[in-house]
Design a protein around this ligand. Sequence first.
Ligand code: AMP
Ligand code: GLY
Length: 423
Amino acid sequence: MKVLIVGSGGREHAIAWKLSQSPSVEKLYCAPGNAGIAAVAECVPIGAMEFDKLADFAVSREIGLTVVGMDDPLVGGIVDVFEARGLRVFGPRKNAAVLEGSKAFAKDLMKKYGIPTAAYEVFHAPEDALAYLKTARYPTVLKADGLALGKGVLICGDYAEAEEGIRTLMQDKKFGSAGDTVVIEEFMTGREVSVLSFVDGKTIRVMTSAQDHKRAGDGDTGLNTGGMGTFSPSPFYTEEIDAYCREHIYQPTVDAMRREGRPFQGIIFFGLMLTADGPKVLEYNARFGDPETQVVLPRMKNDLLEVFEACVDGRLDEISLQFSDQAAVCVVLASEGYPLHYEKGIPIYGLDAFSGKDGYFAFHAGTAFKDGELVTNGGRVLGITALGDSLKEARANAYTAADWVSFSGKYMRHDIGKAIDEA
Ligand code: AMP
Ligand code: GLY
């Protein structure tokens, strides 16, 4: 089968690499892709939001399945456009991708179906939000309703900060219309865990756990980023917690979406916080995590195409997922200045060191070829993943491999997976 992947980051590189292992994949395309993806797929210069062009391409190349990696096209309705043209596509329709696209929708769904999450209120007007904030308990959490590249969440220590936050989101519209509606929620404490799952509308199959590091600096300091590194599995995600989440969070979410007339087919990514009162949902995403995928897929034993097809065909109940006992750690190599201002087009050296080494992966996030040379092309440049027999070994291997790569302005965190020392 010919498969088209939509996206261009480290997540899509990991998906492309994993699909390239499938004996049933005859040819892989990726739109728009990047320099690393080009090693396993033919990159096509069509943007992820150009739905009609992508669908035309899928028709002309007789693509058997399109896999959408990114949130923007999913929330924008790419799946509906493909389905209307009779094309097979992995991912939720627009009316289901709203689980990620609107935080107010997600919170109301959880409240209606008794799925554990932080207490909250939704506001459409800044004056109402401010009136509420005058009597709120601090710290408190403000969230832009719509997509904001993971940056629309503000944790405010007092009223003055919250007032400033409301101005940023609702009045200055830093995230555009994403801030027309704001969710204000209770601040929770605990460890965060990311759990990805495959869903076919009714059945859910949960993958192994992972943990992301969202802040730019060591010790969880600095600005929020798309994610600076991950490890999998999370030693804090015990069997007991897993059993609780399956009963109270995972299946109830899938059932709730179906009951609402919004059957979800694709990936549900549960962002959880393990609080003293039990696990609670921080957020839902309607797609694979980035860089969670870079530690989850290298541990997955199944043929990924088979699982995608089972989701699209509504027979996920026939699939049992299997993961290796090995652990994985991913360290993101970023451009100095990320997530604010950084240069692009800087030559990257050292990737040859990965060839022929089992258990080491250089997933490309923001790379390109310029005059035949590999150069940086984004804030997050590479996700260096390594496997190991324990999390500690995987971490040591990932940091060893991170040193094989060099480029001017290379920046990474040095404490990815350090939390496992406390497990
Ligand atoms: P989200 O995009 O909703 O996952 O939020 C981004 C980050 O903000 C999360 O990974 C948490 O670290 C933090 N966060 C979000 N909601 C809360 C909350 N209710 N209490 C504490 N921290 C939160
Ligand atoms: N790593 C967090 C995300 O993909 O949203």
